[in-house]
Design a protein around this ligand. Structure first.
Ligand SMILES: C[S@@+](CC[C@H](N)C(=O)[O-])C[C@H]1O[C@@H](n2cnc3c(N)ncnc32)[C@H](O)[C@@H]1O
Length: 247
């Protein structure tokens, strides 16, 4: 693995202060509606690939039996604490094989960490082999090549014992390749001590709509792009890839 963000390794326990689950309620509801519409019968079992701290799952588990796969043990631990009723499995979305199928497969922003088309194709194949015929997979990248914008965001929360603030600086060092970066500066404070500062680079994959559609067709899906506006992202429309597995 070329590069693993510190956020998912030694800083994983800080995740709930960087990205609180409460911010995901409307978003998770929108994804669940898309999954319900895409499957040929109401889905009951859902596999999430790259489930991270389990924020979407903390809302979606009310309607589905969820199996959560992530490659970072620290993030799985955060999710286990939030979602003890969900099944958690360590694994990489490029090659994990659970030996069973689900009504639907959900891949949220974790898909951004696939930086080559070959890796994207491997994840699409993983989703396909775990999706029952007549079911569907949802892929929700933060950006596709056509929607990418350099930008800056900040946020963070206070917890009972510690607090975090961050600045995220999204930019593209080389517009000719298939990646861009998010440079994060975290300010991490324990108790009322002096905050420490950590820099963390996240490298994201960037693919055009046609590349996405070709990869999903190559895996065997019948894909379409559904534009989605979210209240938390007023200035952006997400391209959601809804991929049906034919009967
Ligand atoms: C931003 S977090 C996901 C948060 C999630 N959307 C939620 O609702 O909490 C991204 C996660 O992707 C995981 N990840 C990145 N690449 C992966 C891969 N190839 N296979 C599995 N997990 C991966 C990281 O370990 C990290 O936990």
């Amino acid at each position: 693995m070329a590069h693993e963000p510190r956020l998912y390794e030694e800083l994983a326990s800080w995740w709930p202060l960087l990205s609180p689950a409460v911010h995901y309620d409307e978003e998770a509801e929108a994804y669940a509606r898309l999954l319900d519409d895409a499957c040929d019968a109401p889905p009951h079992t859902v596999l999430e690939l790259g489930s991270g701290g389990g924020n979407n799952a903390s809302h979606m588990k009310a309607r589905y039996a969820m199996t959560l796969v992530d490659r970072a043990p620290g993030m799985l631990e955060v999710s286990r604490r939030r979602n003890p009723e969900c099944e958690h499995v360590p694994g990489d979305m490029r090659d994990v094989r659970l030996g069973r199928t689900f009504d639907a497969v959900f891949v949220h922003d974790a898909v951004m960490y696939l930086t080559t088309r070959a890796d994207l194709a491997r994840a699409a194949e993983t989703a396909f082999v775990h999706c029952r015929p007549g079911g569907a997979a949802l892929f929700v990248p933060d950006a596709v090549r056509e929607t990418f914008r350099a930008s800056t965001h900040c946020g963070g929360e206070d917890g009972p014992l510690r607090a975090l603030r961050y600045m995220e600086w999204i930019w593209d060092p080389d517009p000719a390749d298939t990646t861009y970066v998010a440079d994060f500066a975290y300010l991490l404070r324990e108790g009322d001590g002096e905050p420490r500062v950590v820099h963390d680079r996240h490298v994201f994959g960037l693919f055009g709509r046609d590349e996405w559609l070709a990869v999903l067709r190559g895996a065997g899906f019948v894909p379409e792009i559904v534009p989605l506006s979210l209240p938390d992202l007023p200035d952006r429309v997400l391209d959601v890839f809804v991929a049906r597995r034919p009967r």
